[in-house]
Write a protein that binds this ligand. Structure first.
Ligand code: DGL
Length: 273
């Protein structure tokens, strides 16, 4: 069965953080419909074992395919780190993660290095970013550090709170000491802390948000397969976005409005049994 150009782009995250990737996709590909799944029943993925995250990711990926998506974007860094390979070998549609695009953007931005990477405990322990950066630039020096408290701070809306500034200072001290010239925000939530992170690192350090580069990659993959919604050259219909959560859709709606640039009016509920 061949996916149609009008089919939505499927995407998922452990919760709402992946909406930062949805924003980038909508900006770059405004004619594309999105089907976004947030696994709010099982968030956070960051501290969970690779096997558990892989099981969740496969369940969601297979569900997205049953819903008729033309590709799957793994908007979660932790799920990309642990499950991209298994999703790519199991699903019948193209699967794009956020780690490789982030690594590419970092290698492009870095002048003399080192390159810093921050993410959840799972993402950092997996070594996925370090491997991806070394595939692109074998001599790059990479310094990776987990920042597990950042996700709850963002979820609390404490992006600009004195406690957040203190924690940022503590976590980023090794990055400052090592004088990284580029810092990869290897977690969906971290772009929401960008002003505080930038203030701590100083203006010379480039902050890399993989969302934009991921959107470029999705566009390329869809274009290669003739699956862009405007590929026929005609007028693409208005995109239709669906947002689905596995728990507390009302909470997703309230919190999601802080993350999503477009109006968020309805969130569906789907639970895996
Ligand atoms: N979405 C996760 C990530 O990008 C952060 C939240 C979580 O731990 O589930 O790694």
């Amino acid at each position: 069965m061949r996916a149609s150009q009008q089919a939505p782009i499927g995407m998922f995250d452990s919760g709402i953080g992946g909406l930062t990737v949805a924003n980038a996709l909508s900006r770059r590909l405004p004619s594309e419909s999105l089907l976004y799944f947030g696994d709010t029943a099982r968030v956070p993925y960051g501290p969970k074992s690779p096997d558990t995250v892989r099981r969740y990711a496969l369940q969601i990926g297979e569900w997205l395919v049953r819903e008729g998506v033309k590709c799957v974007v793994v908007a979660c860094n932790t799920a990309t780190a642990h499950a991209l390979d298994v999703l790519q070998s199991s699903l019948p549609v193209p699967v794009v993660g956020v780690v490789e695009p982030g690594a590419r953007a970092a290698v492009r931005a870095s002048r003399i290095g080192p390159i810093g990477v921050i993410g959840t405990s799972g993402t950092i322990a997996s070594g996925a970013y370090t491997r991806a950066i070394h595939r692109l630039s074998s001599h790059a020096t990479v310094l990776a550090a987990p920042c597990p408290l950042f996700v709850p701070l963002v979820e609390e809306g404490w992006g600009d709170h004195p406690a957040t500034r203190l924690i940022v200072r503590e976590y980023l001290a090794p990055m400052r000491d090592a004088r990284v010239d580029t810092l990869v925000l290897g977690c969906t939530h971290y772009p929401l802390l960008a002003p505080v992170l930038a203030a701590e690192m100083g203006p010379a350090v480039r902050l890399i948000d993989s969302a934009e580069e991921t959107a470029v990659e999705v566009e390329r993959i869809l274009a290669d397969r003739g699956l862009l919604n405007n590929a026929a050259g005609g007028h693409a219909p208005e995109p239709r976005h669906r947002f689905v959560a596995s728990d507390a859709p009302g909470h997703f709606l309230a919190l999601g409005r802080r993350f999503l640039d477009a109006p968020l009016t309805a969130v569906e509920y789907h639970v895996f049994t």
